[in-house]
Design a protein around this ligand. Sequence first.
Ligand code: ATP
Ligand code: ATP
Ligand code: MG
Ligand code: MG
Ligand code: MG
Length: 259
Amino acid sequence: PEDCIKLNPDYIRSFQFESKLMPSTWIVIRIDGCHFHRFSENHEFDKPNDKQALDLMNLCAAAVLEEFQDIIFSYGVSDEYSFVLKKDSQLYQRRASEIVSAIVSFFSSMYVMKWKDVFPEKELKYPPYFDGRAVCYPSNEILRDYLAWRQVDCHINNQYNTCFWNLVKSGKSKSETQSYLKGTQAREKNELLLKEFGIDYNMLPLMFRQGSSIFRVETENSSILASGNSVGKAQTKIVTEYCNIIEQSFWEAHPQLGL
Ligand code: ATP
Ligand code: ATP
Ligand code: MG
Ligand code: MG
Ligand code: MG
């Protein structure tokens, strides 16, 4: 170690590279469970949708919003969650690797910590882990398109998976079911569910069909100070909704999000 003291730290640091996210743009961190197809089988998740597993994802996401104040909105489906940081966020000076790694590791820790709360009867057999990426979206419109893309994906996958698992549970093999469903349109899938299984797709839980949105809302709290002065203090709380985020009306109803 004595010899190493001569080394110039600037020289060593020169090998590090900092990738900073573009200023004044929305930052989206999307995390996704690694090998959750297998994880969900090993932990006997209900198919196509395990409500408790989705509740667990939502608890973890709400905890992320509590921890990272710059996140204004998040959207989750299946084993993934997208977190939207405000445009002017200076979290980790906008260095992508730090932001992504901090959120991903916080989420994974939460998932393990909260497991027993959601699945009191089920043992967590091995540690789940998530990957994450950061993407910048330069305008409100493009960010809304991004979120719409995730919600459309939720709808398409849920419709497919609902057909798939009902067919499999009725005795068809998985490969048979796959080829049977290949190329079918949305309308045909809805008809199949109704005719074969008496399921009205539009009556399935909103959480499964729309995914989960967790975001901040302002609550106007009037607190009385010791002096007797009343001040209106804007406070925020975190809410979970299963709603349509593709329609403009959602964003109009929540102007505090700035979208
Ligand atoms: P990768 O590591 O590439 O992300 P993956 O196996 O996690 O692979 P995904 O495309 O991310 O694949 O899909 C996640 C899978 O996890 C779903 O296809 C589904 O099988 C399962 N899954 C996740 N959440 C649930 C849930 N709430 N209920 C039932 N199954 C779930
Ligand atoms: P940042 O979030 O910027 O990394 P930090 O509080 O984690 O801030 P570090 O510079 O990473 O600060 O230093 C880690 C600190 O954690 C140490 O200064 C020490 O106080 C504490 N710490 C870590 N490991 C140990 C340990 N094994 N025993 C005692 N203290 C420890
Ligand atoms: Mg992945
Ligand atoms: Mg995955
Ligand atoms: Mg996924």
